[in-house]
Design a protein around this ligand. Sequence first.
Ligand code: HEC
Length: 157
Amino acid sequence: MKMTSKRALVAAATAAVVFAASSMSSAHGDEEKRFAESQYRHDVMELAKYSLSNIVQHLQGKASQEGDVAKLAEVMALSAEMSKAAFEKDTRGMEGHTEAKDGIWDNWDDFADRMDKYAADTRALADAAKSGDMSQIGPAFKKATSNCKSCHDEYRK
Ligand code: HEC
């Protein structure tokens, strides 16, 4: 269709950005604006959150779109694979909001190891999800998501 032109796409993208910005500011109240690196890594993490919560809907039987578990697990794996690089730049002391603790760069080797394990476990989940076998998906999901809390407890404000 001609109407789904570049202009319509730009309008839709703009609406999405406005929506995201407004939902972020309501969630974060008067918090300072994030600097670019902080926004980027936050948004990479959000991809993991959204794909994870939609996988949960499938596991709970609340969603049943054929083939989506494998696709969502792929999004999650890609997000995990982008995560280490998103934190690589040392942003200690930078002006603006972040929930990243300075400890990330004080203990970069530990943080990087955790990111590598997170990426590997999430890739294993994506592989399990392709099989469609719930007896493989369940344990792989549990293993992949165990990385989230343990890292947040240590390295997120
Ligand atoms: C090795 C460390 C590590 C792992 C693993 C990790 N995260 Fe994070 N995550 C962080 C850090 C650090 C931040 C804060 C980033 C910032 O604000 O600059 C963060 C931020 C987030 C945010 C933004 C939350 C907010 O309040 O701003 C979400 C959502 C999130 N992570 C979800 C996840 C999910 C879901 C997983 C697992 C599937 C995960 N993370 C795995 C370190 C990690």
